[in-house]
Design a protein around this ligand. Structure first.
Ligand SMILES: *Cc1c(COP(=O)(O)O)cnc(C)c1O
Length: 361
């Protein structure tokens, strides 16, 4: 059953001039639109009080569970507006289903897929003037859920708030596809066996900040995590899944291990690669195999993928002093073809034969 969102619109909206200024040069995640979607949950009432309200601070009891034990999960997806003004969301049901799985792992309230999608659509509908329309530009949506019960005992909270905020997003790389440099992380883990790696929760990111800073100090853009308990199997980057193109025609990505986050982009890339006639393998890839393939000249391309940057070529990985790959490598044909198709689908330029785009208006 759809729930009804009450619309309490702001009396002080951003002026069209100021908005035009922001949209002319959208940054990532630093400017937010005028409204947010909010739904509350209690055990007695279930999900209730759904509303679109002016964007602003949330009021929380200092004892709220999220502030102490980290019961927080989130999602990330994008709304695109095409040349005809049609607004579409890319696979919002996949994000909604993943949020349900994350909620299950952190014992948080189960938000129906339909309600999640409805909240996102309602917000995008109200904020459709905030969607930038330049090449690769979009409105980035950040749904998240926090535990709000004021209680310091160790058990799951009995109340939650689900919220969606929106931020105009530019082309991640300002149009230029630049290969990124990746630090091979041998000391820190993003997630461990049996942990929360396959849930999209804030805690995973808190623990990834330190290795990310250290990697940046070493001149790298991102970190690739390994599973030391599994022969240094490649896991993923801090917020993107990783793919290898072997012998020019085989696309390989680490199999979901329980500590890898299952990206919507990852799953879309797997589908598109199969349709393009590429061989597709989801399996264990160890760091040794990566090095061997590279030494044998069989590692044609490497790329990372996720909602924010879509598909990003990886130039080289840095394992201590050892450099594997070429930091200046031009973007390979498979990477660029998959990227063009995926972006085309998202922006409505390529025909959507999978039913991946949900139209908002
Ligand atoms: C969100 C995320 C990804 C990418 O998922 P998409 O659904 O493709 O955006 C990959 N790894 C981690 C750790 C993530 O949090």
């Amino acid at each position: 059953m759809p729930i009804t969102f009450e619309r309490k619109l702001t009396s002080t909206p951003t002026s069209p001039e100021r908005r035009a200024e922001i949209l002319a040069k959208p940054a990532f995640g630093s400017v937010f639109t005028d409204h947010m979607a909010v739904i509350d949950y209690t055990e007695e009432k279930g999900w209730h009080n759904a509303r679109i309200e002016p964007y602003g601070p949330l009021s929380l009891d200092p004892a709220a569970a999220v502030l102490h034990y980290g019961q927080e999960i989130f999602e990330g997806l994008k709304a695109y507006k095409n040349e005809d003004g049609v607004v579409g969301l890319f696979r919002p049901e996949a994000n909604a289903e993943r949020m349900r799985r994350s909620a299950d792992r952190l014992v948080m309230a189960d938000l129906p897929v339909e309600t999640f999608v409805q909240a996102v659509k309602e917000l995008v509908d109200v904020e459709s003037d905030w969607i930038p329309t330049g090449d690769g530009e979009s409105l980035y949506l950040r749904p998240f859920m926090i535990a709000t019960e004021a209680f310091l005992g160790i058990r799951p909270s009995k109340s939650y708030t689900f919220c969606v905020i929106a931020s105009p997003a530019g082309n991640y790389f300002g149009g230029e596809l630049r290969p990124v440099k990746i630090w091979v992380e041998r000391e820190y883990a993003r997630a461990g066996r049996g942990g929360t790696g396959s849930a999209k929760c804030g805690g995973n990111y808190a623990s990834s900040l330190k290795p990310q800073i250290l990697a940046a100090q070493r001149g790298c853009d991102q970190v690739v995590y390994l599973d030391p308990l599994n022969d240094n199997a490649i896991e993923e980057l801090g917020g993107m899944n990783v793919f290898l193109v072997v012998d020019g025609d085989t696309v390989v990505t680490p199999a979901l291990s329980g500590s890898i986050l299952e990206g919507v982009t990852r799953s879309s890339v797997l589908t598109l690669a199969r349709e393009k006639g590429l061989k597709v393998e989801e399996r264990t890839v160890t760091l040794d195999e990566w090095k061997r393939l590279s030494a044998e000249g069989r590692l044609s391309e490497v790329f990372a993928c996720g909602t924010a940057a879509v598909i990003t070529p990886i130039g080289a990985i840095y394992d201590g002093d050892e450099v594997i790959g070429d930091p200046e490598a031009p973007t390979g044909p498979v990477t660029s073809d998959l990227r063009t198709t995926l972006l085309g689908l998202q922006t409505g330029v390529v025909e959507d034969t999978h039913g991946w785009v949900t139209r908002v208006k």
